[in-house]
Design a protein around this ligand. Sequence first.
Ligand code: IPE
Ligand code: IPE
Ligand code: MG
Length: 251
Amino acid sequence: MGLFDSKKAETAGQVDMSRLPRHIAIIMDGNGRWAKRRGLPRTAGHKVGAEVFRKIATYCKELGVEYLTVYAFSTENWKRPEEEVGTIMGLLKKYMVEAIDSMERDQIRLKFFGDLSMIPADIQEMVQRTNNISSHIHGFQANICLNYGGRDELLRAARTFAQACVDGEKKPEELTEELFSGYLFSAGIPDPELIIRPSGEIRLSNFLLWQCAYSEFYFCDTLWPDFTEATLDAAIIDYQKRDRRFGGVKK
Ligand code: IPE
Ligand code: IPE
Ligand code: MG
């Protein structure tokens, strides 16, 4: 054990590998502030942030977490300067090119949550390719939320169900939580047990509004580009100390 690891063990304890969350969701926030503090353009923060996503996804897979959902670009993020949006899309494209090459070898399934019709056509085409590759892969799954909004996701689900009723395929009284969940981008995936937001903001910013009903939240001040495996360990350890009652009484 190196110096860093022993320090981590002292301060945070150890992750209980027998009680890992199956699904962790992260709002990857703080790239801009990280760059600003270094006198760099905001885009420099996004570049480092993309590397950190790779590192944390690999770590989640190594730990044995089954699903990692990350918030990469929200339905509100189009309000940003064109240059910043362009850089984020460029980084995404770079990531996808690499992912298409390596996901089979690394056994990483990739899914995209969000309205992809607004995304540049070449990226949409790459999404199609990663979907095809993912269909042959079993194991760890990374979900990238892209032009994603929780309200948008709920409206789409409601619209699809309403249309199924109009078409006579469904009846309003048939609607259950399970059925409704099946209309969401996250269909078939368990809700995240743990949602992490770094960067000091204590809000959801339209992330996983349906799926977060019983999630445990972990907020920390670390900016996303500074987020490490040890930060994730600390979040999981904190989660493992929580008493999840789901409306019942304490054990
Ligand atoms: C998160 O970092 C990345 C995206 C929203 C795309 P920010 O760019 O929001 O960084 P801050 O919050 O301004 O520091
Ligand atoms: C949420 O972060 C979206 C992503 C991390 C992709 P924002 O930085 O956009 O959220 P606000 O504006 O602080 O609520
Ligand atoms: Mg932000």
